[in-house]
Design a protein around this ligand. Structure first.
Ligand code: CA
Length: 235
């Protein structure tokens, strides 16, 4: 049974969540403070963490970092205001996703399941290393990472390494906004000191290869003030 740890100081959020997740068949542990949450997590056996951002004592960002020091367990942050999302994403505290309050339980459950699925895919990809990996797919774009091959609307398209890595990282995070910082960090390394325009140049080149009309991108879109995201175009 999947064990979920909820760290949430507000009882009006915590209690219904415990009840609803238990009813969905999860084994739920709950903590009202960061300290208590860390203690429960350290005892072991937790498969998933729902972590409130604003907590008394050790707050959500600090706790998230502490958990990341010891584990790759999936973490979803719960934030009170959408303004805090920038903070969560920007700080790169290592959370897998975030949900803004007030959220509907259905929405949260869908996010939990999506993060779990993604995590299992990453794990099995890690395990089967250079075996017959499943392609990363987004609409008409398909990437076979092991073979360094990209197919766009049925045609093989060549991608130089950095462009390939950029597309790979975006596809791995399909539907999620990746900040400029995250992308630069991942593709060029955290010690990268070059021009930040480099990212935009690469995005432009990738668009030229995957978009039908690169000046009106439908797959690789700009999320103003945050970064970029790849997603299936609306039908
Ligand atoms: Ca709170």
């Amino acid at each position: 049974m999947t064990r979920i740890l909820i760290v949430e100081d507000e009882e009006s959020y915590r209690e219904p969540l415990v009840y609803q997740l238990t009813r969905e068949g999860y084994d739920v542990s709950a903590a009202a403070t960061g300290e208590e949450g860390l203690e429960l997590f350290t005892k072991g056996g937790i498969d998933f963490v729902l972590l409130d951002l604003m907590l008394p004592g050790i707050d959500g960002t600090a706790l998230c970092r502490r958990i990341r020091e010891q584990s790759r367990v999936p973490i979803i942050m719960l934030t009170a205001k959408s303004a805090e999302i920038d903070k969560v994403v920007g700080l790169e505290i290592g959370a897998d996703d975030y949900v803004t309050k007030p959220y509907s339980f259905r929405e949260l459950l869908a996010r939990i399941r999506a993060v779990m699925r993604r995590n299992q895919q990453v794990q099995s990809a890690d395990q089967s290393a250079n075996g017959d990996d499943l392609p990363l797919v987004c609409g008409d774009i398909s990437m076979q990472v092991g073979q360094h091959q990209v197919t766009v609307r049925g045609e093989n398209v060549f991608f130089p390494l950095k462009e390939f890595e950029l597309l790979e990282y975006l596809l791995q995070n399909k539907g999620r906004v990746m900040t400029r910082h995250q992308l630069i960090d991942r593709i060029w390394g955290s010690d990268y000191v070059g021009d930040t325009k480099t990212l935009d140049v690469h995005v432009k080149r990738v668009r030229a290869k995957i978009e039908e009309d690169p000046s009106h991108p439908k797959y690789l879109t700009t999320v103003r003030g945050l970064g970029y995201k790849i997603d299936q175009p609306a039908a």
